[in-house]
Design a protein around this ligand. Structure first.
Ligand code: NAD
Ligand code: UD1
Length: 351
């Protein structure tokens, strides 16, 4: 039975990946400081599975602490309830707000880059050779070659994106070292959206969301809230930005496919775009969201948001071909699953 460490495993993408790993009988250890999540997300994972997997709670180990804390990290690698070294690590943990990264750059470099270096050191000491790293399409910056393939030049335009690009460079540098024996998959996510189809698990952030999906739900659930569309003068079909949204469950499955790909293959560093390979404009998304969920809310066009780009769409053939992975869920599923979840989440956190 394979054993995986998930740093940041209580977060949005991490918790959905915990769920999919447990469904496939992996044992998991979650490392999280809860700076942008809480224990609740893991309780929800257990709730989804408790009638399906006997003693599911025993398959999860939780370690609360900061990835930059070397003493804490060493203990996780040294002692564990499963009496077995980790077969692999999925490294989700990090700070992810573009805006905040420009306001608190030192914190972003510290958590994202130093946190990763700390992790790699202990993987080496404890002979763990398999790493899946959460990168982002934001590393491409404002690309005008659409769809975006993995070999495009990286030109990140904000501090968050720069930290991801630098971590990628560190991982590539490692592969040039003579004693290199790591197997690394760098996953560049496009726009993750939606929630688990059970309706019991979804994004549970501590910090205020800025992304479009949670904001659409908020507009739908509050009376008189106008949804702002940032810009209607972009060079696109209807003047609004186009994005490649991917269901969080498809994304979670992409991590498992990546682990399995690495287990079977020789040491290497490989990058994969995870997106569905199709673009949807903001205006189209608003219409689909309203139609699927039978809701109405007013919209208004505001000026462009700083740091936005017109179009991002993934070229996802590499992931499909090499990882034996295929996104299965549509933009309709994302809108429906997101709203089912957000209705519960916002209700619970009303006060
Ligand atoms: P998230 O904030 O929900 O999850 C990150 C988790 O890491 C949280 O649970 C947080 O508490 C934890 N964490 C943060 N700093 C920590 C520290 N110093 N020590 C220990 N734990 C810490 O974010 P997410 O949406 O699940 O994203 C996961 C990863 O994917 C991140 O690296 C993010 O940059 C990347 N990513 C996310 C998106 C997205 O839209 N969600 C897109 C592209 C890339
Ligand atoms: C943002 C981040 C990106 C990160 C990604 C996933 C920025 C500039 N980029 O991407 O680095 O990888 O999230 O977490 O923050 N929109 C509106 N009204 C709203 C909210 C959003 O019109 O109230 C529009 C945006 O202008 C954008 C689209 O919706 O065109 C998607 O926005 P968002 O969900 O924030 O994702 P990105 O900006 O693509």
């Amino acid at each position: 039975m394979k054993r995986i460490l998930l740093t940041g495993g209580a977060g949005y993408i991490g918790s959905h990946t915990c769920l999919e790993l447990l469904k496939r009988n992996y044992n998991i250890t979650v490392l999280d400081s809860f700076v942008n999540s809480s224990r609740d997300s893991l309780e929800r994972v257990i709730k989804v599975l408790e009638t399906k997997i006997p003693n599911v709670r025993k398959k999860i180990e939780l370690k609360i602490g900061d990835i930059r804390d070397a003493v804490f990290l060493e203990k996780i690698f040294r002692n564990n309830q499963f009496s077995k070294n980790f077969d692999g690590v999925i490294h989700f943990c990090g700070l992810k707000s573009v805006n905040e990264s420009n306001i608190k750059p030192a914190e972003y470099w510290d958590v994202n880059v130093l946190g990763t270096i700390n992790l790699i050191k202990f993987m080496k000491t404890y002979n763990c050779d398999t790493l899946v790293f959460s990168s982002s399409a934001t590393v491409y910056g404002d690309s005008n070659l659409i769809p975006i393939s993995e070999d495009q030049i990286k030109k990140p335009i904000n501090t968050y994106g720069k930290t991801k690009a630098v971590i990628e460079e560190i991982l590539f540098d490692l592969s040039k070292a003579p004693d290199f024996n790591l197997k690394i998959a760098i996953l560049r996510y496009f726009n993750p959206a939606g929630a688990d189809g059970s309706g019991l698990l979804g994004e549970y952030p501590i910090n205020k969301p800025n992304n479009i999906f949670p904001l659409l739900s908020r507009a739908a659930l509050s009376k008189n809230k106008t949804f702002e569309i940032f810009g209607n003068d972009w060079p696109t079909i209807d003047g609004t930005c186009i994005r490649d949204y991917i269901h969080v469950t498809d994304l979670a499955e992409g991590h498992i496919s990546s682990l399995e790909f690495l287990f079977k293959n020789k040491p290497q560093v490989a990058c994969f775009n995870l997106g569905i390979g199709e673009g949807v404009s903001v205006l189209e998304l608003v219409k689909i969201f309203q139609q699927v969920n039978q809701v109405k809310f007013p919209i208004k066009f505001s000026p462009r948001r700083e740091g936005d780009v017109a179009i991002t769409i993934a070229e996802n053939r590499k992931a499909k071909n090499l990882l034996n992975w295929k996104p299965k869920k549509s933009i309709y599923d994302m809108c429906s699953d997101e709203f089912t979840w957000q209705k519960k989440f916002l209700q619970k956190n009303k006060n």
